[in-house]
Unconditional design. Structure first.
Length: 439
């Protein structure tokens, strides 16, 4: 049996356990997450989105097979068991092709699904909630469910055709849901609270998908439909966070009581408190998605190391070229504004602040740029050739300072980067009871 199915069985049997999905293609983030999972001897779920990785390369330039190899190479290098690594595809459907007709968008979506399943991705989010160019608005829930079932049929057929060649490939597990938050956080300013998905809406979504799967004779696939995406009342925008309120989701948390293999999946859980994560898992939001908070943490630690580098060089007068990371990143974003300009409004000063510090973290798209990568490499090289003074660590990275003086962490820039990112993953791991002992 799939280890993810086993985890869900434990959750449904009353154990407070869950799993978090690392939604990132950043190597620092992935390395930190793998080391976190290795520490706990736990499963690790890594997901790629349809605009990030697809049959045309996405914005990373990677096909699904490329992404699989990329992740597995990191896991192998860090001595993490591949059988504990689960790959997922997020928002797989017409998301990237909403300007096409429904017929063309669904053809491309079928190719997308086929590529993900053929590459060995196990967890498949069937997301057909977005309207295409010739759709009547609002898009009917029944049409969304029918399209999801069509893509599920593609996934099942692809898996069946590959199963004989890939004896170790586990069958696909499916996630459904029509109330799907915008990937990467809200683009507009949020109200003080969000409306939680109603029990009636959740029940209708399940029934419509069950019927649609039945019409296409997919009973086995329906038994492997493990999660429903709903809105539990959490979200973030550029500068604010809406925190989870457990009492508002109590009615919703009972909807899945009669579905033995299904839990809730919560998107946009970035920046919640440790207590909120534990409450989400207890309320059956057993799959928690996180992405921007991880690269936000990466940006935090790299900016702090950049300040440390500049202070060291200024104080010693060494004739070493500074990485100038902050300015290099800013210039890269100005030279290639397509990933931030549609999202950050306001004055020039407000836009500059958002480029650096927005919670939606649009600068995550720029770490792969050659000039930014070179600046990061120069920064790490400079810091590796000196001993970072603990006084500067206390000033800029106090949590890592404490770990270093207590002998728990090496005073090395790469170790410091991982440790800072793991301040995020550790909260998720704790809430999900990751490891060999479950509460």
């Amino acid at each position: 049996m799939s280890p993810l199915l086993e985890l869900i069985e434990r959750h449904k049997a009353g154990t407070r356990c869950g799993i978090y999905a690392v939604c990132s293609a950043n190597s620092f983030v992935l390395e930190a997450a793998i080391l976190q999972a290795k520490q706990h001897n736990s499963l690790l779920l890594v997901e790629a989105t349809s605009n990030q990785v697809n049959q045309y390369g996405g914005y990373t330039g990677m096909l699904p097979e490329d992404f699989r190899q990329f992740i597995q190479q990191i896991a192998t290098r860090l001595d993490f068991p591949l059988e504990q690594l689960i790959l997922g595809g997020d928002h797989l459907g017409p998301n990237c092709w909403q300007l096409d007709s429904a017929e063309i968008a669904m053809q491309k979506s079928a190719q997308l699904i086929e590529a993900y399943v053929a590459a060995g991705f196990e967890k498949i989010h069937l997301d057909c909630s977005m309207a295409c160019a010739d759709d009547t608005l609002p898009l009917e829930d029944s049409i969304i469910a029918q399209r999801a079932a069509q893509l599920c049929l593609v996934a099942e057929t692809t898996y069946a055709n590959r199963a004989s060649d890939k004896a170790d490939q586990r069958p696909p597990l499916y996630v459904i849901g029509t109330e799907v938050p915008v990937p990467g956080g809200a683009q507009e300013d949020l109200a003080t609270e969000l409306e939680v998905t109603s029990t009636a809406s959740a029940a209708q979504t399940i029934q419509l998908h069950c019927d649609a799967f039945g019409e296409l004779k997919l009973p086995a696939a329906w038994q492997r439909t493990i999660a429903l995406v709903v809105q539990p009342g959490v979200e973030f925008d550029h500068q604010s966070i809406i925190s989870y309120q457990s009492e508002a989701a109590q009615a919703l948390s009972t909807v899945l009581d009669t579905y033995p293999n299904m839990v809730f999946e919560a998107h946009s859980t970035d920046y919640q408190s440790a207590a909120a994560y534990k409450a989400l898992v207890s309320d059956h939001f057993a799959i928690l998605k996180v992405g921007p908070a991880l690269t936000f943490a990466l940006r935090e630690v790299l900016f702090s190391l950049s300040d440390i580098e500049q202070t060291i060089l200024d104080s010693t007068g060494q004739a070493i070229e500074t990485a100038n990371l902050k300015n290099v990143l800013e210039q890269s974003m100005l030279d290639n504004p397509e990933y931030w300009q549609p999202y950050y409004q306001g004055s020039a000063g407000e836009q500059k602040f958002s480029r650096q510090y927005s919670l939606s973290d649009r600068c995550r798209y720029y770490w792969p740029q050659q000039e930014v990568q070179q600046a990061v490499e120069t920064l790490l090289s400079n810091l590796n050739h000196c001993q970072i003074p603990i006084a500067l660590l206390s000033q800029y990275l106090p949590v890592q300072y404490q770990a270093i003086v207590q002998g728990e962490l090496d005073n090395a820039p790469q170790a410091i980067i991982y440790h800072h990112i793991q301040q995020v993953t550790a909260q998720y791991a704790s809430a999900c009871s990751m490891g060999t002992d479950y509460e």
